[in-house]
Each structure stands twice: as C-alpha cells, then as structure tokens.
Ligand binder design. Structure first.
Ligand code: HEC
Length: 467
C-alpha cells in the first residue's frame, strides 16, 4: 500500500516515525517463521508415510468427535482469553479476518506449544493433535452470523486513563520533543521512543497486539495515535510518556488517518465493513459509516488517507469500484447522489456534506495509490495489474488510463518538478524498471531499467515526496 507521509511537527523540525518497512524490528518474527516452516515439513512427511493408519485412526477415534467439539474445546480452553465471540480479550481476536497473516501451520504450532514469554499456554498436554487441528480449523471458519460492532460497542469499549487535561503541557524528558523516533516493534508488540539526536531510548512500552498502519501524530507533535490489527486505537502522550485513552473502532482494521485540522481520526475497517470517525481529542466515536456502494454492496476499506489541502479523508475501497471522499470541513457542500440514475436512490435528495461519503465511481477497485500534492489527482493501480486509472477528485471521475505492465508500486511513487512540469516516478514490482510519467498529459515518458524489480523510490532534497 501507499507509504505514509512523514508527519510534520510544529515549527520546522520533523518528527519521524518508523514502522513497517522503515525500521520495524522483526527479530521475533523471523525466528517464528523458520520454526513454523520446519514443523510443517515434518508434519507433511510423517502423515505422508503413515497415511492409511493415520486416516483410519482419524476416522475412528478423533475425526468425528474433534470436529464436532471444536467449539466446545474453544469455549472450555480458549474463550477466557480470546473472548466467547472470538473478538479477543486479554488475548488477540481469533476471527478468520484477523488471522490472514498467520499460516494455519503456525496457528497449530502456537496452540500446541504456546508462545514463550506470553500468556498463551501450550495445549499439547491437554488436547490431542486432532483436537488441536479441529480447534485451529474452527478459528479459520467464519462465524455463522457476520460479527457486528456498532457505535454503541465502540462507545462502550472506550477507556480513559486518568484525566489527560491535568497532565503537564511540556515534555517530562530533556530530548528535543520535535525530534523523536517512534519505533514500532511488531515482533513483540512494544513501542520504543528514541531521542532522535542521540538515538537513545527514552522509554519502551507494551502496545495492543499487532499494531499496523503507521502511527499518526497530532499537529503539535504531543500525541501519537496507534492502531492495532484488532481495531484498537490508542492515544499516547509523548510529552508525558503515557497512554491517555483507547477505543476499539472495529474488529479488524486496516489503517488510521488523522485529520489535518487535528479534530478527527478516521479508521478504515475490514470487519465490520465500516469507516469510523473518532473525536481526536478524547477518542469518542462521532460517526460510523457503513461502507457500501449505492446498490448496497458492502466493501472492506483498503486504506484511508488524510487529504489536508481538501479538508477531507480519502477512502480506498477494496471490493467496490469507488473512491470516497469524506469531508471534515464544517462548511462542506451538500452531497447529491443523484448522478446515479435510479429512482430508488432518491435522486436529487442532498445529504450533509460533512462526514458523509462523496463518491467517485471507477472502472474497477483499486489497490495502490499515488496522490499529487494538491490531492486533486489520484493514480490508482488495479489489483491484478490491469491499466492504471487516473482519477480527478474535483470532477469525480476517471480521466484516463496508463498502461504500466510491470505492476507499479504506486504507493512508493514520488513526484518532482522539472522544466515547469510535474513528473511522477514509480518502481515496478514485476519489472526491473522505474516508470516516469508526465503528470500534465499522463504519458509514460521513460522506462528506466534497473537491476531488479524495485520497491521504493527515494528522493533527493530538491524533489518532493508525499507518498
Ligand atoms: C491464558 C490466556 C490464553 C488462553 C487460555 C489461550 N490463549 Fe491463545 N493467546 C493468548 C495470548 C496472550 C496470545 C498472544 C501471544 C503473543 O503475544 O504472541 C495468544 C495467541 C494465540 C494465537 C496466535 C494469534 C495470532 O494472531 O498470532 C492463537 C492461534 C491462539 N492464541 C489460539 C488459542 C487457542 C485455540 C486457545 C485454546 C485452545 C488459546 N489460544 C488459549 C492467550 C491465551
């Protein structure tokens, strides 16, 4: 996905953040993945050799009982920590959407062996192999009724840690508060705050399970917001080095954006299929928007971005061919959805322009984006490497397509001015070339060969990036 822009602090200094590709520490993750692979090959080999006996045994002794009892096993052994609805409690949520990055073999290994230095116990002594397999299967099976997480649920989940208003409005440490590094350690769910001048840790603290999407800073640089895989949003006071509030905005979330005016946060969810607007000050939910096209087809959010020059959030949808713009401007023009000619859609009836979706209809859903600095233009890559769509957000429609066969990684694109024209360079994931596009007429002006497919474009000081 699109690289998050570096957050700008007050004044001229810049607060940098390091998450994911930038400088996420993954030491725990690497060891775990090797071990998982090893366990998988042993499992495959032994089952292969002993197939008839194993098959018979499974049928006779455990297969039937284990499959049937998986939900009972869960209720008895797992629900206290993972929640009776699998939404998570002291342990993480165990719904298929939340487990997409955990291979099933690894889940089985986790259940059998537990996780060292965490609350997750080993079950190899308590449950048979077949029971462990059955409960793992159960975790990857969607619930009968799609899980719901309403405005009331969000409101009820909110936690305030003391009265933030009484905390001193100055840093409790001597380092430059506008030159801090926030390092998200995904392996063991901690964050380290580093003094950006000396590269010395100021503090390190445990976070919610599996933060992702990049931390978002308040414009004065005092607060940073984190979002977890399971939809928890945490507001951390960098000056007082403590979490001040938390709320669960969804059950499985993609990412978080902070409005340029500092008033709102937007959380894009996969489960349920909603966009949640929070009050950035106290994390109270302001609004839950159901994400669906005008015909009612629901969609996961693939990402939400702040488009500061437009006072709006731009929302990329995964399953329907639309891009949304959700304005946070108090004076936003009303929205008419009447452009779609269908009498059922109450053509011509306006809805409030603030915090409601303004839709741009596309040819197909987009997966990866590049915005120009004004956020008027959007270049989006289709999921399967088809044509890239150039969309103007002011006129709300697709203007043209560019054929970029090498699967451009537009989220890592950069733009700069040359001879009065704005050029966009993007690496390609499938082709050893950097594509350079003229953003005035959207022509591909050069394919610069590289030694291999690329992931990022870097910029020099004179160029601008807003990727
Ligand atoms: C005492 C609390 C506790 C119990 C009981 C428990 N778990 Fe866990 N489980 C955890 C915690 C905490 C984690 C997160 C560990 C970590 O930080 O990596 C976890 C992690 C997991 C994971 C990995 C999730 C991921 O996204 O990586 C799976 C799968 C899992 N548990 C399944 C189970 C199953 C199945 C049971 C019941 C048979 C169970 N757990 C019982 C606390 C518990």
């Amino acid at each position: 996905m699109r690289r998050e822009p570096p957050p700008i602090g007050a004044g001229t200094a810049v607060i940098r953040h390091c998450a994911f590709r930038h400088c996420t520490f993954r030491y725990g993750g690497m060891a775990a993945s090797l071990a998982g692979y090893f366990a998988q090959s042993i499992r495959g080999w032994s089952t292969g050799l002993a197939f008839p006996a194993v098959a018979l045994l499974l049928l006779l002794s455990t297969g039937f009982a284990a499959a049937q009892d998986a939900s009972d096993i869960y209720r008895q052994h797992c629900a206290t920590c993972h929640g009776s609805d699998r939404f998570g409690a002291s342990g993480p949520a165990l719904l298929p959407e939340n487990l997409t990055r955990l291979r099933r073999t690894k889940a089985i290994k986790t259940i059998s062996e537990g996780r060292v230095a965490t609350q997750m116990p080993a079950f190899s002594d308590t449950l048979s192999t077949a029971q462990i397999d059955a409960v793992a299967e159960f975790l990857y099976t969607p619930q009968e009724k799609p899980p719901v997480w309403t405005l009331d649920d969000i409101r009820a989940s909110r936690i305030e840690y003391g009265d933030a208003a009484t905390l001193p409005a100055k840093p409790v440490f001597s380092a430059d508060p506008l030159n801090l590094f926030v390092v998200v350690e995904t392996g063991d769910h901690h964050v380290t705050i580093l003094d950006g001048d000396r590269f010395e840790p100021i503090t390190r603290f445990a976070t919610r399970y599996a933060l992702h999407g990049g931390p978002k800073f308040s414009s004065d640089g005092r607060f940073v917001h984190f979002m977890s895989r399971d939809g928890w949003v945490s507001k951390y006071d960098l000056w007082n080095l403590r979490t001040v509030a938390e709320v669960r905005a969804g059950l499985n979330s993609r990412n978080l954006a902070a409005s340029g005016d500092g008033r709102y946060l937007a959380v894009g969810n996969t489960l349920p299929q909603t966009l949640v607007i929070l009050d950035a000050n106290n994390l109270q939910p302001v609004k839950v928007l159901r994400v669906a096209d005008l015909q009612g087809n629901a969609s996961r959010v693939s990402a939400v971005y702040d488009a500061r020059p437009r006072s709006s959030f731009i929302v990329a949808l995964k399953d329907v061919a639309e891009v949304w713009e959700v304005s946070y401007d108090d004076d936003a023009e009303p929205i008419y959805n009447g452009m779609v000619h269908d009498y059922k859609l109450e053509e011509g009836v306006a809805i409030d322009g603030k915090l409601n979706p303004r839709r741009t209809i596309l040819d197909e859903p987009l997966d990866d984006f590049f915005f120009d600095t004004s956020y008027s233009w959007l270049v989006g890559a289709a999921r399967n490497g088809g044509e890239d769509q150039v969309v103007n957000l002011d006129v709300r429609r697709k203007i043209t397509s560019i054929a970029l066969p090498g699967l451009p990684h537009l989220g890592s694109g950069i733009s700069w001015e040359r001879d009065g024209r704005t050029l966009l360079a993007t690496p390609n994931l499938r082709e050893a070339a950097v594509s350079v596009i003229d953003m005035q007429d959207w022509t591909l002006i050069r394919q610069i060969p590289t030694n291999g497919p690329g992931f990022f474009c870097a910029v020099t000081k004179t160029a601008t990036t807003h990727g």
